[in-house]
Write a protein that binds this ligand. Structure first.
Ligand SMILES: *Cc1c(COP(=O)(O)O)cnc(C)c1O
Length: 370
């Protein structure tokens, strides 16, 4: 049955990410959902009262549960803070340098909250920030969480896959020490939407927010639910699509070595795109490129950032409408950037030079008509 396939896929993914076989996980729609599950597990494992029964609404003067992540943390965190009843103010955004969390400041935030009577419960590490692919010092965060007895959650939506790289695995060192990890298969796992995964070191912790009993889902070791319904107890969903099949198929058909080679290829292609950008007087890098996300823009002399933002916004739309390449965009320190997140197994080397040439051509066109 589909359950056996998903159980097998989870065993493989635990191994790939360096989690113990005694851990567990589930496939979900996307990174947002996978991160949500990690934080739900963290909340219920760390609260020193029964969240399941009592919720967070008791007026018994309990401390506020606070959690931490960098300013570069993805938008799933505030959404989740709200839905889990924690409140968005309980999410403490720690400053960054080049989108990497400042660990000493994080430590101060935690101390300050404890002194104020709050209960810090979780630190989020980001492996591959959405804007620029920056990776927090996960080993330092793991050390801190260990010594402070905090839950360590890693958002590795695409960055977790750097673990397989022969050149960049070091950037995500410490990821395998997380209590929970979220990552997508539909980004750097080269699979179609929707497929992502939440893993936990302790399966009990994942079940705590979600396990229910009901006559209509009673297990059996025979019949059509001979495998039980284990995944009903690992997320908010009961009826789910068979996402495990494409993951199983991909891992079986291509194998891990093939996946690792493609990841290395994308990483090398990002370096090549950076080189092309740096080589061109009409292009400029807008952020460092530690991983596979290249943020750059068209530039021209004597133009303000405001002008350049307008030119590059128009440029982005023309690029997308050209049908040749579909970058996304972001704004970093007030500078609008074209954002090339290279996660495609079909990206060819000569595409990169064609992209930079097209950007320059379109940039000149826009400039001369404005
Ligand atoms: C894409 C992304 C997410 C959200 O994942 P979805 O699959 O779009 O829900 C979360 N965190 C990071 C760092 C991401 O890049």
């Amino acid at each position: 049955s589909s359950t056996y396939v998903e159980l097998q896929v989870i065993r493989w993914l635990l191994e790939i990410m360096g989690f113990p076989a005694s851990g567990g996980g589930i496939l979900v729609s996307g990174g947002t959902m996978a991160n949500f599950i990690g934080l739900a597990a963290a909340r219920d494992a760390q609260a020193d009262f029964d969240v399941w029964s009592e919720g967070l609404q008791s007026d018994s003067g309990r401390p506020r549960l606070t959690f931490y992540g960098s300013e570069a943390t993805h938008g799933w965190a505030p959404k989740t803070a709200n839905v889990l009843g924690l409140g968005v103010d309980s999410f403490r955004k720690v400053p960054t340098t080049n989108e990497r969390i400042d660990v000493p400041v994080l430590r101060e935030f935690i101390e300050r909250d404890r002194a104020a009577g709050h209960q810090p419960f979780c630190v989020i590490g980001t492996a591959g920030s959405v804007n620029t692919g920056a990776c927090d010092d996960l080993a330092a965060l793991a050390d801190l969480c260990e010594s402070e007895r905090l839950w360590f959650h890693v958002d590795g939506a695409f960055g977790a896959w750097a673990r397989l790289s022969s050149t960049h695995a070091d950037l995500v060192r410490g990821l395998d020490r997380a209590d929970s990890l979220a990552f997508d298969l539909h980004k750097w796992g080269y699979l179609p939407f929707e497929s992502a995964c939440a893993l936990v070191r302790s399966l009990d912790a994942m079940r705590r927010p979600f396990a229910i009993q009901g006559a209509y889902i009673a297990g059996s070791d025979r019949g059509t639910i001979g495998a039980g319904i284990p995944f009903a107890d690992r997320s908010i969903e009961l009826t789910r699509s068979f996402k495990a099949l494409k993951v199983w198929m991909s891992l079986r058909a291509h194998g891990l070595d093939h996946l690792a080679a493609l990841i290395d290829q994308n990483l090398a292609q990002a370096r090549e795109l950076v080189r092309l950008v740096e080589e061109s007087p009409q292009l400029e890098l807008v952020a460092p490129c530690p991983l596979n996300v290249v943020c750059f823009r068209y530039v021209t002399r004597d133009r303000s950032d405001g002008d350049l933002n307008a030119i590059n916004t128009e440029l982005l739309l023309r690029l997308q409408e050209s049908g040749f390449v579909v970058p996304s965009s972001t704004t970093i320190d007030g500078r609008f950037a074209l954002r090339a997140a290279i996660t495609n197994h079909r990206t060819r080397w000569h595409d990169l030079a064609q992209i930079t040439e097209l950007v320059v051509t379109l940039g000149r066109e826009i400039e001369s008509s404005s």
